[in-house]
Design a protein around this ligand. Structure first.
Ligand SMILES: C[S@@+](CC[C@H](N)C(=O)[O-])C[C@H]1O[C@@H](n2cnc3c(N)ncnc32)[C@H](O)[C@@H]1O
Length: 205
């Protein structure tokens, strides 16, 4: 049987996708200010998922400085897709707006300020892809809205499902007949934290 590559974590650290100056700056700020961003591996995954699904309408829950939003917006640019992102801290939303303009993506991204779950009640969708990255205690409540807002066949990507606050969400997603899902325990360089769960789910009904 073929042997594993030794010291896999270091090996995969060497294969982290490259980023532009803006994303590198946001990563530096995240380290300095302890802002939990998805980092370059999940960022690239979001780009790929948005691109392969040709998502035209994307909803993001939890913007922070807009790092993950930029990956999503770039991923759906080929089909003139749009991203709506929800953030409850006004100061963060202001920073994200500036970053979207710096990335030349301000016409493609709309940010709304407020509690994501309250804001979702006013949305009608349908969305092709939803990325969830708010306080984990809100995941279960948000799931019902995701189910309503996502088209059948749409993709729900949820970060940080290794956190205790996501426990009930994980159980509900796992057992609900309207979803098929996988929970991946992953090594994610520069993600907060670097070993965490990531969930991918498709709405089937
Ligand atoms: C983990 S950070 C998001 C990081 C971002 N997705 C990235 O990777 O660049 C979570 C963000 O969601 C916001 N947040 C947490 N709970 C929220 C809620 N219920 N409604 C709206 N925003 C929320 C926080 O203020 C924080 O900026």
């Amino acid at each position: 049987m073929s042997k594993m590559i030794p010291d896999l974590e270091n090996y995969f650290r060497g294969l982290v996708p490259s980023r532009d100056e803006l994303l590198l700056e946001l990563e530096k700020e995240a380290v300095q200010e302890n802002i939990p961003i998805v980092g370059p591996v999940v960022g690239e995954l979001l780009f790929i998922l948005a691109r392969v699904s040709a998502a035209q309408q994307i909803l993001e829950l939890g913007t922070a400085t807009g790092y993950s939003t930029i990956y999503l917006a770039r991923g759906c640019a080929a089909v003139q897709g749009r991203v709506l992102t929800l953030e409850h801290e006004d100061r963060m939303a202001q920073r994200a707006r500036l970053n979207f303009a710096r990335a030349g993506l301000d016409r493609q991204i709309e940010i709304r300020v407020g509690d994501a779950i309250s804001l979702m009640t006013a949305l009608t969708g349908p969305f092709d892809l939803i990325f969830m990255d708010i306080d984990k205690e809100g995941y279960l409540k948000a799931l019902a809205h995701c189910q309503r807002l996502l088209k059948v066949g749409g993709l729900l990507v949820t970060d940080n499902v290794g956190f205790q606050g996501a426990y009930n969400f994980n159980q509900e997603l796992f057992s609900h007949p309207h979803w098929r899902s996988v929970q991946l325990l992953s090594f994610l360089p520069q993600h907060a934290p670097e070993t965490d769960g990531l969930s991918l789910a498709v709405r089937i009904k």
